[in-house]
Write a new protein. Structure first.
Length: 175
């Protein structure tokens, strides 16, 4: 009986250890060989908003390869503000090529993907070509959007040559 109890306890401990390792794997599980491509700071009117880091398994970045964009916030921002700022930039960059219905659907997806942020909180988007994007809050998967067009439009906010912050884009894409 004692041996059986010890066996059960050991098995339970191994299961907890395994589950803990899986829960902490975070976005790196999707990109186990990722290396830092580049990083930079985003400021608005002199206020530091977030530190951005771009990770990929391939440099220079290739459109057909997965990558991760990690934003570590320096300020308090609401989820609604993050969603609205993202929608505004997607509309600006995409113009009339995206319908109002598509924008509404994407807004709902971002509302599920984003959270209110405080200094030190990290939001990471993992681009999965052919599939879409996974969003992580710190190291926890928050939401996955299986929409290739959304993924392209979302990451264009930082990586499109017409971005509002070409200096940050240059820093992210590296030398």
């Amino acid at each position: 009986m004692k041996d059986r109890l010890l066996h059960c306890i050991r098995g339970g401990l191994w299961l907890l250890l395994l589950l803990g390792a899986t829960a902490n794997a975070g976005w790196q599980e999707a990109l186990p060989d990722a290396r830092l491509v580049g990083s930079g700071e985003f400021s608005w009117f002199g206020f530091k908003v977030y530190r951005a880091r771009l990770w990929s398994t391939l440099t220079p970045l290739a459109a057909d390869r997965p990558f991760a964009l990690e934003l570590t916030y320096r300020r308090n921002l609401s989820r609604d503000d993050l969603v609205q700022a993202s929608l505004d930039e997607i509309k600006r960059l995409s113009g009339a090529s995206i319908s109002p219905g598509q924008l509404e659907a994407w807004q709902r997806q971002m509302e599920l993907s984003f959270v209110d942020v405080t200094p030190g909180r990290t939001l990471t988007g993992v681009r999965l070509p052919g599939r879409g994007v996974q969003f992580f809050v710190d190291q926890r998967l928050q939401h996955e959007v299986d929409d290739e067009a959304f993924a392209q439009a979302f990451f264009a906010i930082w990586l499109d040559p017409r971005t509002r912050n070409p200096h940050l884009r240059e820093q992210l894409l590296g030398p």
